[in-house]
Design a protein around this ligand. Structure first.
Ligand code: GAR
Length: 198
């Protein structure tokens, strides 16, 4: 089976959906959930699902991203992942780290990339008056939120939406999109997944 490591920073709802999707007949299996925050709620959820967990607190490393990443690599490499999924992982990774997993690191981002890379995507979509929003799974490259797109899902922006209501609607689609992309990716198919299906 394709070995999958999942990196999280918080609640890990996307991680849970990915783990739950990797059932017996799935081409992949989860081998590690890794967090930069030892208190991330997702770690307990992963443990409850029977997935090995590890954490490397980024804070003692201050601005030294390279040293943090060296520490992060130890449990990650020990798990021997074929694919690394960033799922709500909120640390920017250096090009050197990304290069180690070139072509096999995925990320989910809460916007219709190339629109709104970075943070505060939902507020930015609302401020722009967009009629639709969504999420994107892409291959991670050295450029932030700019790698080849592996899947996208759209939702309408509704009257009265706030960043919170829009974020909840998009997150619901994230939970469908990421497992669909991971399955296809693990099968060796890089054709983008588009939801809802036309
Ligand atoms: C998700 O909406 C994900 O797209 C976003 O963080 C949330 C994590 O939720 N990721 C980013 O903003 C990456 N820059 P989760 O922990 O419940 O999966």
């Amino acid at each position: 089976k394709v070995r999958v490591a999942i990196l999280i920073s918080g609640g890990g709802s996307n991680m849970v959906k990915l783990v739950e999707s990797m059932s017996a007949d799935h081409p992949a299996k989860p081998v590690l959930v890794l967090s930069n925050d030892p208190a991330a709620a997702g770690l307990d959820r992963a443990r409850a699902l029977g997935v090995p967990v590890a954490s490397v607190d980024h804070r003692p490393f201050g601005k030294d991203r390279a040293m943090f990443e060296t520490a992060l690599l130890a449990p990650l490499l020990a798990a021997q992942p074929d694919v690394v999924c960033l799922a709500g992982f909120m640390r920017v990774l250096t090009p050197g780290f990304v290069a180690r997993f070139a072509g096999r690191m995925l990320n989910i981002h809460p916007s219709l990339l190339p629109k709104y890379p970075g943070l505060h995507t939902h507020q930015r979509a609302l401020d722009a008056g967009d009629a639709e929003a969504g999420c994107t799974v892409h291959e991670v490259t050295a450029d932030l939120d700019a790698g080849p797109i592996l899947g996208q899902a759209r939702v309408p922006v509704l009257p009265g939406d706030t960043a919170d209501t829009l974020s909840a609607r998009v997150l619901g689609m994230e939970h469908r999109l990421y497992p669909a992309v991971l399955r296809r990716f693990a099968e060796g198919d890089r054709t983008p997944v588009l939801l809802p299906a036309a």
